[in-house]
Design a binder for this molecule. Structure first.
Ligand code: NDP
Length: 288
């Protein structure tokens, strides 16, 4: 076989980018599967996004992730969108297919894969805190997967109302908005509770959602999107109330698994990737 020194190139465009751990997680998978592939973490300013995408195109990158603040802006530089990205209106994973760059959204799909290890959302009632990018992705995927109803609890009624409209217009689920103006009491008929706000994200590790904790009941699955630290106050409160809980590492790892499959065709080993991020988010590595 002739020698081949041309690696498959992937990466991430975001700003700030220095603290984004995805490169370590994805490259752990590349190494584990013996792939001659690289993932380059790039700090890309908003004004440079078009040049960055043209650069990736010119250099034949297999694809790249987009994170804050490029998830919506990148769409105007692409040649098409996958179904989820189109409905959500945001892209976190760009994939080269032939000479076309297609925008996908793997955030909600990663959450769904993680959720399904505990419960199938089909026929279930969700309460979702937040109405930003993560909440939109989670709402759309769980609704398309058959969730019956989604109650969006959000401070900003305008943003919350937009998400409720999106769910009603683009998915079969019913949806309602509860403006988050006082501690929220989770209705007893709720099956799945999801925090999709940044409350609890490092360094806000003691952050607590404004909810009446005694309204969490043992039949509920309580999920958090926060990957760092994985055991948030919400999850600890929920465990103490007898609920089954799901941490944000599962979403992070699984959106990465789906992205890698888009770029390489290989179903990456999620446990290798999880081990890497657990290592990175451990209190010991934070201290060093
Ligand atoms: P956005 O900024 O798009 O949205 C944030 C949402 O949280 C808004 O609805 C906002 O409400 C609400 N919010 C923020 N602060 C508070 C607060 N103090 N009290 C009540 N509500 C609040 O962020 P994203 O959706 O992109 O990200 C949200 C979180 O999800 C982040 O922490 C991110 O790390 C995490 N995430 C995790 C992923 C994973 O793979 N595990 C993937 C993607 C994101 P309002 O509209 O009223 O301002």
């Amino acid at each position: 076989m002739p020698l081949n020194f041309l690696s498959l190139l992937t990466g991430s465009f975001a700003t700030p980018a220095a603290e984004n751990p995805t490169v370590a997680m994805v490259e752990a998978a590349y190494r584990h599967h013996n792939l001659d592939a690289r993932y380059i973490n790039c700090d890309v300013a908003p004004v440079a996004l078009g040049d960055a995408v043209r650069g990736a195109r010119a250099m034949g990158w297999a694809g790249f992730n987009c994170s804050i603040p490029h998830k919506v802006a990148v769409i105007s530089h692409l040649d098409g969108l996958g179904q989820s990205a189109q409905i959500i209106g945001a892209v976190n994973c760009v994939v080269r297919r032939g000479d076309r760059l297609i925008g996908e959204n793997t955030d909600g799909q990663g959450f769904l894969t993680s959720l399904r290890t505990l419960v199938d959302p089909s026929g279930k009632a969700l309460v979702l805190f937040g109405a930003g990018g993560a909440a939109r992705a989670i709402a759309v995927e769980t609704a398309l997967a058959g969730a019956t109803s989604i109650t969006v609890v959000n401070r900003d009624s305008k943003r919350g109302g937009e998400l409720v409209r999106l769910i009603k217009e683009k998915t079969p689920a019913s949806a309602e908005l509860v403006p988050w103006t006082r501690p929220y009491r989770v209705p007893p008929e709720t099956d799945i509770v999801v925090n999709a706000t940044p409350i609890g994200l490092f360094p806000d590790v003691d952050g607590r959602l404004e909810i009446e904790v005694d309204s969490l009941l043992p039949h509920m699955v309580v999920a958090d999107v926060i990957p760092n630290p994985p055991r948030t106050v919400l999850l600890r409160d929920a465990e103490a109330r007898g609920c089954v809980t799901l941490d944000g590492l599962g979403m992070l790892v699984n959106q990465g698994v789906i992205s890698i499959e888009h770029w390489t065709g290989i179903p990456a080993d999620a446990s290798v990737m999880r081990q890497k991020v657990e290592e990175l988010f451990s209190p010991e590595s934070r201290e060093t």
